[in-house]
Design a protein around this ligand. Structure first.
Ligand SMILES: Cc1ncc(COP(=O)(O)O)c(C=O)c1O
Length: 430
């Protein structure tokens, strides 16, 4: 079958709930992807920040194969060895007192389970836990509470109350580039606004506050340092559990193991997926002993969660990140990209802002650097031009004008420089 036939069949039989990039991918190695016609691409999106150790890593293939030969599935009713070793490892690498993990199958499920946990924690303390606070511009998933927490209308349109479940309220996002305040004030202001949200939009019974420490789908928005400083104090004072959604930013993506490590965050719960499984469908909600004390047998269950094959691959994936120094490489190559993009920004006024940490980088295109009007069509065009040049890049942002560089963490300096040359070339042809 050729790519046209595949695309035609997909149109006929797959629910067209999203638009795909018109490439049929067939194989990959490291940071390189190949399509059905044999064309090669430098992958700068890693399957949306998932394939952190690179494509078809031999150790992942071995881990999956070895486990599949022994036992593919047990269900959550039985113990299995890879699952136990994985949750032990997660307690080791995650910050502070995070210790107990519930395993599921995606980022959305991780968020849903974290919500369930904080609701139970609230009721076990005689509270209602009626409210949940998330950020405007955030992304936490597309089902039930995860969709309701997501702070962007474009994902909610047409889904009525399903997309706005009761009790969810939103607080302003600290978005320095689009703020009229100084970076410092922007952070402080957005954090203080949470107090208003609690006092005016809830009955004071907040089950949790959830945040992506670096907003991913919202356009790689990095909150100023002042934001977290003030935020942590407010949450502590109000006794509100803090969920850090590291589904996209975790596992070395930001140049540290977790993005919250840039601010030394110590959340009560963390949600994980994407980079956890190296491409296998696995998600996790990890919490402190204090939070999970309320859990009773029967509160949670998943047929596939903690599946031995996914767990074995995830465990090996973490070991590869450690053995190959990929967190360090993320920080190192991230600098190459940042410096290269900042250079391009000086020569091209269409680049309004360059931001990010490690290999979680966004650059925002604007029609005019003064008005900062989003250059939406130009951004789409860039994705297409780069595709033709053999570079796969992500698209996101609240206005759809942010190009996202989130390659496998094993990307080399040579590949990064090649990508920068191609970005410069496509900017010229814009
Ligand atoms: C921060 C964050 N949370 C949750 C999700 C949902 O994850 P999934 O698509 O695996 O359900 C995403 C997906 O992009 C995400 O970026």
């Amino acid at each position: 079958m050729n790519s046209e036939e595949i695309m035609k069949k997909d149109k006929d039989f797959f629910i067209q709930g999203y638009t795909r990039v018109p490439i049929v991918l067939t194989e990959g190695k490291g940071a390189i992807l190949k399509d059905i016609n044999g064309k090669e691409y430098i992958d700068c999106f890693a399957g949306i920040a998932v394939s952190n150790v690179g494509h078809a890593h031999e150790r992942l293939v071995q881990a999956a194969t070895n486990q599949m030969k022994k036992l593919i599935h047990t269900s959550g009713r039985f113990y299995n060895i890879p699952q136990t070793l994985l949750v032990e490892k997660l307690a080791e690498i995650t910050p502070a007192d995070l210790k107990h993990t519930y395993l599921c199958n995606s980022g959305t499920e991780a968020v849903e389970n974290a919500v369930k946990l904080v609701k139970k924690y609230a009721t076990s303390r005689g509270k209602t836990g009626a409210a949940l606070i998330a950020l405007e511009g955030s992304f936490h998933g597309r089902l039930g509470f995860s969709l309701s927490l997501t702070g962007q209308a474009k994902y909610k349109k047409g889904f009525s109350s399903y997309a706005n479940l009761q009790g969810v309220v939103h607080a302003p996002t600290p978005y320095p580039y689009r703020s009229k305040l100084s970076e410092e004030e922007c952070g402080e202001d957005a954090a203080l606004a949470i107090e208003n949200v609690i006092d005016y939009h809830t009955a004071g019974d907040v089950a949790a506050f959830i945040i992506e420490p670096i907003l991913g789908e919202g356009g790689i928005i990095v909150p100023p340092d002042t934001y977290f400083k003030t935020l942590v104090g407010i949450l502590k004072e109000r006794d509100i559990p803090f969920i850090s959604d590291e589904v996209q930013s975790g596992f070395g993506r930001s140049g540290k193991w977790f993005a919250g490590d840039h601010w030394n965050l110590k959340p009560d719960l963390m949600t994980l997926a994407k980079g956890l499984g190296g491409g296998m469908p696995i998600g996790a909600a990890i919490a402190t002993s204090k939070i999970v004390e309320c859990v009773k047998s029967g509160d949670f269950f998943s047929t596939y969660g903690g599946n031995p094959v996914c767990s074995a691959v995830a465990l090996e994936n973490i070991k590869i990140i450690e053995d190959e120094g990929l967190v360090e490489n993320s920080a190192k190559i991230g600098k190459v990209f940042m410096e290269g993009l900042e250079n391009l920004q000086r020569k091209n006024s269409v680049i309004g802002d360059v931001r990010g940490r490690g290999l979680m980088i966004g650059f925002e295109l604007v029609k005019n650097p003064e008005t900062k009007k989003p250059a939406v069509d130009e951004t789409k065009k860039m994705v297409n031009l780069l595709k033709n040049e053999g570079v796969i890049i992500g698209l996101g942002g609240l206005f759809g004008n942010v190009l996202r560089l989130q390659p496998p963490l094993c990307i080399t300096e040579e590949q990064a420089n090649e990508v920068l040359v191609k970005i410069e070339k496509t900017l010229t042809s814009l």
